[in-house]
Write a protein that binds this ligand. Structure first.
Ligand code: ATR
Length: 274
């Protein structure tokens, strides 16, 4: 059976093994998929060992996405834009290819699963770290009209806007000024506040009357932002569970050449996450 794994730290509660096994069953594919907990200093060596031992593909999650990108020999366009990778695939000669499927997975979750067309939306991106880099270009590709990037530390927001290099569409504002920016159609929480157990201080005024609020995380990490969104009157409030499953489907297709049906896996996990 092919050997697959997800690297993270911590990694114990990862849904990736369950998702990949569910996809594999759709095609009668026999595979092994395990979690590998690698402390930051040991990530590169753990990845090299995994592939030297015959590993067929790896997913990479926090805090290793930048390191995964850095150690790869070939990088897809989406990985280059984000500067991070969530998928590593072996190439001949011990080389590695890096992909980033996060942004496309999020957009597919919004536009296909939730049937919301993002074209013409004004978008507010909260955060400017790895997760925000992973989705920013995909939002622009999906046709959002403008992308306003707001981060607690303004320099990081400016760096992301500079990397995008489309000042007419993607620009930054200060977190302190959020209440004065008007209402947005799409608000994406790409901060790690929820994961860290912190709540965000956000004004209701940013939520437009057709607003879609999206948290890249799921479970308890997303609960605070989604509760805020509903209280603010958002039309839609979605967590990132569907995004996780879509990004896994992209990795599965890269490795197995087959497109899994994500809907039954989503329906099953949704029962667990409310
Ligand atoms: P990730 O890979 O999850 O994006 P990261 O690269 O460390 O992790 O980025 C975390 C993001 O969440 C940053 O934009 C961070 O803001 P700073 O650049 O100011 O650190 C943001 N963040 C984390 N905790 C936050 C909080 N309590 N309030 C607002 N933003 C927060």
């Amino acid at each position: 059976a092919g050997q697959f794994a997800v690297f993270g730290h911590p990694i114990g509660h990862s849904l990736s093994p369950h998702i990949h096994q569910a996809f594999a069953r759709q095609f009668g594919i026999d595979l092994e998929y395990r979690t590998i907990d690698a402390a930051p200093g040991g990530f590169d060596a753990a990845v090299r060992r995994f592939f030297a031992d015959g590993g067929c593909g790896a997913n990479v999650t926090l805090p290793h996405k930048t390191a995964a990108f850095a150690m790869a020999d070939e990088r897809s366009e989406s990985a280059q834009r984000a500067g991070t990778a969530n998928v590593l695939t072996p190439l001949p000669g011990g080389r590695l290819a890096a992909h980033n499927t996060d942004g496309d997975g999020m957009v597919r979750d919004i536009t296909e699963r939730h049937s919301v067309d993002l074209r013409g939306h004004t978008a507010l991106l909260l955060g400017a770290g790895g997760a925000a880099h992973g989705v920013a270009w995909s939002l622009l590709d999906a046709g959002v009209d403008t992308l306003t990037i707001v981060n607690r530390t303004p320099e990081a927001a400016d760096a992301l806007a500079d990397a995008i290099g489309e000042p007419a569409r993607a620009h930054t504002r200060y977190w302190e000024d959020l209440a004065d920016l008007g209402a947005f159609d799409l608000i994406v929480n790409a901060t790690s506040a929820g994961v860290l157990g912190k709540s965000l201080d956000l004004p209701f005024a940013v939520v437009g009357n057709r607003a879609l609020c999206y948290d890249l995380s799921y479970g308890t990490a997303a609960a605070g932002f989604l509760a805020w969104a509903r209280t603010a009157g958002a039309r839609y409030a979605f967590d990132g569970l569907g995004m996780l499953i879509e990004t896994a489907a992209d990795a599965f297709e890269l490795w197995h050449g087959k497109r899994p049906d994500t809907d039954p896996v989503y329906a099953d996990l949704r029962k667990q996450f409310g």
